[in-house]
Write a protein that binds this ligand. Sequence first.
Ligand code: SF4
Length: 385
Amino acid sequence: MENFKMTHPKPRMNNQIPGFFFADPALIQKTLLHWYNTHHRHLPWREGCDPYRIWVSEVMLQQTQVKTAVPYFLAFVARFPTLGDLARADLEQVLKSWEGLGYYARARNLHKAARQVVHQMEGRIPERFSDFKALPGVGDYIASAVMSMAFNQIHAVVDANVKRVLARLLCLDIPVNQSSVHNRFKAIADTLVDRTDPGGFNQAFMELGALVCTPAAPDCGSCPLAHSCLALAESRVSAFPLRLKPKKIPCHRISTGIVIKEGNLLVTRRKLDGLLGGLWEFPGGKRKNKESAEDACIREIKEETGLDVRIVSFLTHVRHAYTHFKIEMDVFYCDYISGDVVLNGPIDHQWIAHENIHRLAFPTANRKFIPLIDPSEKNPGIKPA
Ligand code: SF4
């Protein structure tokens, strides 16, 4: 790091932009765009500027890493090549295409927005920022990304990569994971975005964060913005970005039952809104204090479906982490005893043949044990502690 300090003099402050301190925004824009032209990754949504493909990609990329998103994106646009195709599809098909990506509200909103564009806007994705931002699931980030990349409009995008690079370029002592300061990063980014190629600049800025100015090991030696970086000039790169200490996330103990009746398995569908909305799952729920996993399984199935079941054997234990909590789940084979299905919570149910399970979209926590299910054996496993 000391070598860089020697070769890159401290950037000058720019007092012509009140409150912000880019030494030379034009130099940053030019250098960054030049670097991007030769160093960017070839990603499928970067071929052309079809607003639909850009929109789909940005929705996926909001909570998902690029390498994970690429195969999902390719499969999604192969199945729904146009906005019209997406609007005509059933939500069930869309959720199936999204299965495993998580944050299913993204898929539900994208589907709803596609239908809105087709039915209320003659199928044309709106080019006015405020109209586009009014669509379901479209916030400032998606709107800025699509408007700048597809329609060359001047809007800066601010994601985690952009915040980190800005924090280092300017030695910003603003925590990047505090949602209340997002607008400050946005205001700073808006002063920097290139006026003639805002879409290219936005992609370049994010790409720099993804490839060079990475969280743990920024490669300042090959950074095109080293000449303008305050953190580097002050040998304080490792001090940025600032982060608030994350809160400890709770862990819920869950019991889940694979209820078998005449060889078919009971699955229920979650409400359309909320976490994992619209997905199918095996019934179950949270254990109460001092309740055994088996008792919780029987009680939850009774409460959710009205059925009386008995535990036959233990299948497996599953761990899964969501953003704000994690779960530890015990999964049991259960025999149906009596009752008709009366749903309390779920919006639908099916008694499904084992070989047809793959047709439905399940949350990842369920997909972790689905391959182990063998309804013919109900093989006893190791009982949970
Ligand atoms: S010089 Fe280093 S810290 Fe500064 S922007 Fe480049 S990679 Fe990030």
